[in-house]
Design a protein around this ligand. Structure first.
Ligand SMILES: Nc1ncnc2c1ncn2[C@@H]1O[C@H](COP(=O)(O)OP(=O)(O)OP(=O)(O)O)[C@@H](O)[C@H]1O
Ligand SMILES: [Mg+2]
Length: 328
């Protein structure tokens, strides 16, 4: 391929989202090197490196850390991703009992120095589990938001997709990188490793990776908070559960929370005063928070685009009907 075309192509590689693309790019580089095109291979390597460490993949604002995000050795793919503070979701509607538990985590962290005077430690290793779309990942983001901590999300697909024997080192690299760095480290959909372990052809390797993860969690004593999420708690290694200071279930919203979710999503739009909220909440019993939010948004969009404001019960009922397959 024409050299300048190749360079232009490399400059379009998105920073960190396309693992497969990065691997193909690496293969092109080694092919070119094999052909003796060392200058071109070198140039392409520099371009790729720049793309992978672009500003967008680094934290902005006050929370710039002193260290770099660890990458896998072979492809230099970042093993974790920063989410900027402005992007953290944090307006949550939760049952009082769950709200209290999450607030306790935040209060203990905020009061960690006072606790330390008495030889006490804050809860730092948390597991959220429950149905999809009920706010597990969002709870982790909200904790980071409320505590003003940087938010770092482990990219399991990058950790695990590496070559045999490298996954464990990748995991260790992530834990080492936060050893002195206060942040919320999110192991989102944590069961990824457990699932891979049973599906993988290389059970031995995955078994080792799970064990390394157990040890890393056991030893975790960083100044931040470690949060894992799963919606398949039964598929998780029971040994993992014991590693957490707090295991919190995020349940489906009750009727009261359903109403709050609807009303807060509709808060910036005109709504009819003839809506039978109780009836709607009953219809939405058993739906996840994510679908309820989507239903309220769908109803609003329809009313706006059809110039049929205020949002009325019919808009909402139509949106419920459309989302009913995914809702339960
Ligand atoms: N408790 C909640 N309060 C307000 N909004 C919520 C809540 N839970 C979920 N949502 C809405 O649903 C979306 C998805 O939430 P989130 O990603 O936290 O779900 P999850 O439990 O992590 O789901 P999954 O198991 O699929 O990863 C959020 O962006 C938000 O719009
Ligand atoms: Mg999630």
């Amino acid at each position: 391929m024409n050299q300048s075309l190749l360079k232009r192509l490399f400059k379009t590689i998105p920073s960190e989202e396309s693992l497969d693309l990065v691997k193909v790019a690496q293969e092109i580089i080694s092919e070119e090197r094999k052909k003796g095109h060392t200058n071109l291979a070198g140039d392409l390597e520099i371009i790729l490196k720049k793309r992978l460490t672009r500003e967008s993949s680094k934290p902005k604002g006050k929370v710039v850390p002193l260290h770099d995000i660890p990458t896998d050795k072979r492809y230099k793919i970042p093993l974790a991703k920063y989410v900027d503070r402005e992007e953290l979701r944090h307006h949550m509607i939760l049952p009082a009992s769950v709200e209290e538990k999450i607030r306790r985590i935040e209060d203990e962290y905020a009061g960690r120095e006072r606790l330390a005077h008495f030889g006490l430690k804050p809860r730092k290793k948390i597991l959220f589990y429950g149905y999809p779309g009920c706010g597990k990942s969002m709870s982790a983001e909200r904790i980071a938001w409320n505590l003003g901590l940087p938010f770092l999300k482990v990219r399991f697909e990058a950790v695990i997709s590496s070559f045999l024997g490298e996954s464990a080192g990748n995991l260790r690299g992530i834990f080492d990188s936060v050893a002195d760095y206060p942040c919320v480290l999110l192991l989102d959909e944590f069961d990824y490793i457990g699932k891979k372990r049973s599906n993988s052809n290389d059970v031995g390797e995955m078994h080792r990776v799970v064990n390394i993860l157990l040890n890393l969690m056991e030893e975790y004593s960083s100044p931040g908070i470690l949060i894992a999420t799963t919606n398949l708690e039964s598929s998780l290694d029971t040994a993992l559960f014991r590693r957490f200071d707090d295991v919190i279930e995020i349940p489906l919203p009750s009727e009261n929370e359903i109403l709050q979710l609807l009303k807060s999503t509709l808060s910036s739009i005109k709504i009819s005063n003839k809506i039978n909220w109780k009836k709607l909440a009953e219809r939405l019993n058993g739906y996840s928070a994510a679908i309820i939010v989507k239903i309220a948004q769908d109803a609003s969009k329809e009313a706006v685009l059809k110039q049929d404001l205020p949002v009325n019960e019919l808009h909402l009922l139509r949106a419920i009907e459309e989302n009913k397959e995914t809702g339960k």
